[in-house]
Design a protein around this ligand. Structure first.
Ligand SMILES: [Zn+2]
Length: 269
């Protein structure tokens, strides 16, 4: 059963009601917001801050919820996804490149860190290894993904919540990472705004996502993929503008074909 008291004091203070950002207390039924009295089920392995919500529709979200597909996602599907969506035909972005980016742009001062849309825990594992298992918390809306990450990384706390209603207090997190998910989320600009709200001044935001290809041939396949799987790509300009309006100042933008790694810091008020 999920135990609030097993969280580090900083994470315990950070976790908050997604509706009003008030503090949470344990009840027999789950977690209760002291401010608005909303209750969230928490008697399973993770609290559910979005019990009524389902993932958006489309073939992509469908696959990410399919228990038969989830175990094969990292090794099989994602390799093809990076080729078609990111133009990664020569394999320049490897799992090691992704891990090195996170290790190179996040440090001990960036905890506690939220792995936003953690999926089955591919990058949560890297982050937990780098910062410590108790310094990282995973968030996803997909139950099959949460089941997978619980099995793979039982020492890392996870929560079920919407990326559009983060259950954390303002300025309570040292870092937020969002690897390979912005293109899938329903309102990426609002997701970035939420990340900015939850980060403390100086806190770091890292992400990996896809740029709209300027190559007509690559764009043709990318666009077909977007239509089929209900995902999207971005221009670097719109990502930077959205980050800026969320109070996040870009500190690094690394591109490879149609893929982008970025880092931003929460501006000091
Ligand atoms: Zn509340």
């Amino acid at each position: 059963m999920f135990d609030l008291d097993k969280l580090t004091p900083a994470l315990r203070r950070a976790l908050a009601c997604p509706a009003c950002h008030g503090g949470l207390a344990r009840t027999s039924g789950g977690l209760r917001c002291a401010a608005c009295a909303n209750e969230y089920p928490a008697n399973g392995e993770y609290p559910d801050f979005a019990p009524e919500m389902r993932m958006k529709s489309g073939l992509g979200p469908f696959y990410l919820q399919d228990p038969l597909h989830v175990p094969h996602y990292e090794a099989k599907t994602r390799v093809a996804f990076l080729e078609i969506m990111g133009g990664n035909w020569d394999g320049a972005v490897t799992p090691e490149v992704e891990d090195d980016y996170l290790r190179g742009h996040l440090g001990a001062g960036d905890a506690p860190l939220l792995d936003l849309a953690c999926g089955a825990g591919r990058w949560t594992r890297t982050l937990a290894g780098h910062l410590g298992s108790d310094q990282v918390i995973g968030l996803d809306l997909g139950r099959a993904m949460l089941t997978s990450i619980r099995a793979a990384l039982p020492e890392v706390p996870v929560i079920r919540a919407s990326a559009l209603a983060l259950p954390f207090a303002d300025g309570s997190l040292g870092g937020v990472n969002c690897s390979n998910a912005l293109q899938l989320l329903p309102d990426p600009r609002a997701v970035l705004f939420g990340a900015g709200r939850c980060l403390r001044p100086g806190g770091v935001f890292t992400a990996f996502t896809f740029l709209r290809s300027e190559s007509p041939a690559r764009r043709y396949f990318q666009h077909r993929h977007e239509r089929t799987f209900n995902v999207r790509s971005f221009t670097a300009g719109e990502l930077i503008t959205w980050l800026d309006s969320a109070g996040l100042a870009l500190t690094d933008l690394t591109t490879e074909a149609d893929m982008v790694f970025l880092t931003a810091r929460r501006r000091r008020l």
